[in-house]
Design a protein around this ligand. Sequence first.
Ligand code: ADP
Length: 251
Amino acid sequence: MSPPPLVALRGVGVRFANGTEALAGVDLEVGAGEFLSLLGPSGCGKSTLLRLVAGLIRPSSGEVAFPGGARPGGVGFVFQDATLMPWATALANASLPLRLRGVARGEADARAAAALAAVGLSGFERAWPRELSGGMRMRVSIARALVTRPSLLLMDEPFAALDEITRHRLNDDLLRLREESGVTVVFVTHSVFEGVYLSSRVAVMAARPGRVVAVLPIGAPSPRPPGFRTSAEFAALCREAATALEEAMAA
Ligand code: ADP
């Protein structure tokens, strides 16, 4: 018997107070350990869906269930902006969630240093955010999200503001971190290429009202083999996702 999904959205709708129907009739499951991307145009409800899963908002209709038990103890959130505290070092930024939970400074710092090392920032513990590149600031943000060892990592276009080379490197590092930690990831992106490269499944969304119109399994080996980004296999998967997105936008 296959294990129950970590999260199950059943007939979920969200209508905001101003009447905007941000989501309607969303049925979507997130399996434990999977990497699911939400792909769609601006305004189709991707961020709203992420906030529902995080428990930050409640659905107006339908339900968000956690069939395996309670809501996962830890949820990490990463935004497009790294949202670091400018007056605190990389180490202090990464250890913040532990300090807020009352973990003693020594242990919090040791775990934050390990999280920084996992994202490739050994030696930058004492650096200030202003001394770090955009990609490095995002790495600190990911370390901060993972420092509590969450079972679920929610990422809202985390790499959209980065240059393409940095973005590709962070994509590979994120896949490695996912393999190592086993964390389940739900990832919002505008990019067909990024969604296909990272994911085990891509949920294609359409707007007005926001809804999921297709869910594409990405049948490619994990971890991605060397040269995958330039392979015919990757190109074919991207074409499939791009076609689904075009159909979604025409619908
Ligand atoms: P996406 O992340 O795909 O760009 P969002 O989930 O941010 O889309 O928004 C979906 C729709 O809901 C948009 O039309 C947006 O303007 C609207 N919306 C989002 N948050 C609110 C809110 N708090 N109040 C009213 N409308 C909102």
